[in-house]
Design a protein around this ligand. Structure first.
Ligand code: FES
Length: 175
């Protein structure tokens, strides 16, 4: 089945395109929009974005592969992105990351077998004043920040994350 934005994403797409001087400049935000709509940025999604923006597919491919924020394979319903830049590193950010690895039984960069969780290490997310922190991208496109996290309370944090998982779409089946 051919890919198509939902009505809501279509509105957002038009808003983004109107904001930029040309479609090339709109590529990064449109790729993010497509990622939130389709779960991950497959070659099919890149082709769709290229068509919608009237860009060369090779340009879209090289951009999507250059930036780590675009998932080139399916990720878990809950994509945990732990910041380990200076403020977070000095405030137990690495410990937080290791605790997630331990509890989820995966290494950084991996996804759990049931595609519930993906764990990533990321650079500063501009919440340095409330370090350590992590960002979650849910498979319905919502992005949530978890700030001022006490690594000793990781199990409570995971309980909260688990509570949302069952209602969310599996990114492997989104397109
Ligand atoms: S250093 Fe972690 S949010 Fe800036």
């Amino acid at each position: 089945m051919a890919l198509e934005f939902s009505d809501k994403s279509e509105d957002k797409f038009n808003e983004i395109v109107a904001r930029y001087p040309d479609t090339h400049a709109a590529l990064l935000p449109v790729l993010l929009l497509a990622q939130s709509e389709f779960g991950w940025v497959s070659v099919e999604v890149m082709d769709y974005v290229a068509t919608r923006l009237n860009l060369n597919p090779a340009k879209v491919l090289s951009t999507a592969t250059f930036y780590t924020m675009y998932n080139k394979q399916p990720v878990g319903k809950c994509h945990i992105q732990v910041c380990t830049t200076l403020s977070c590193a000095l405030n137990r950010g690495y410990e937080l990351l290791e605790l997630f690895e331990d509890r989820l039984e995966i290494n950084v960069g991996e996804t759990t077998h049931d595609y519930g969780y993906t764990l990533s290490e990321v650079e500063c997310l501009a919440a340095c004043g409330t370090a350590p922190m992590f960002q979650v991208t849910w498979s319905d496109g919502e992005i949530e920040y978890f700030e001022d996290i006490d690594p000793d309370k990781i199990d409570g944090v995971l309980e909260k994350l688990n509570a949302r998982l069952s209602d969310l779409p599996d990114t492997r089946r989104m397109h």
